[in-house]
Design a protein. Structure first.
Length: 151
């Protein structure tokens, strides 16, 4: 099927679902539940869904996720070239969130500290090595429902 540029529709600027390939679905469900995230009743034995303010986080066995995408499964590199971030309202909220993540089983990669750009943040890994940033940016605000508002 061929379309002209005039007929092309843009890809909507939104991220609806982020799916993480995990080695042990039950362990990962326990981890994200321990963060205080709400698991959806749409979850089933093959995939688990968690609600976030802006999108949905899916947890799916890594080999099955690779098969679904039509690529061979393989070992995970030390750095995958992707970080996921949770922006928070204050440096104190970053520290508190890091404590919860560690109590849930996260490994601290970089403890929270002031950043070169005037914010505050740090990084942790989930049980499968997915890298999460916890950050406060004083230039960002949030809607009443917790969505990030960019200037």
């Amino acid at each position: 099927m061929t379309t002209s540029n005039a007929d092309a529709r843009p890809v909507p600027a939104r991220i609806s679902i982020i799916t993480l390939g995990v080695s042990d679905l039950d362990r990962s469900v326990e981890f994200y539940t321990a963060l205080g995230w709400q698991r959806s009743t749409a979850s089933n034995p093959q995939i688990s869904w968690f609600r976030t303010a802006d999108s949905v986080l899916g947890l799916f066995p890594a080999e099955e996720l690779a098969a679904d995408a039509g690529i061979p499964p393989g070992g995970e590199p030390a750095f995958r070239g992707v970080t996921l971030a949770v922006n928070l309202e204050s440096p104190q909220a970053v520290d508190a969130a890091m404590e919860v993540a560690v109590a849930a089983g996260a490994s601290v990669v970089k403890p929270p500290k002031p950043t070169s750009w005037g914010g505050y943040g740090g990084y942790f890994e989930d049980p499968d090595g997915h890298l999460w940033e916890l950050a406060h940016n004083p230039s960002f605000t949030f809607t009443e429902t917790g969505q990030l508002e960019l200037p």
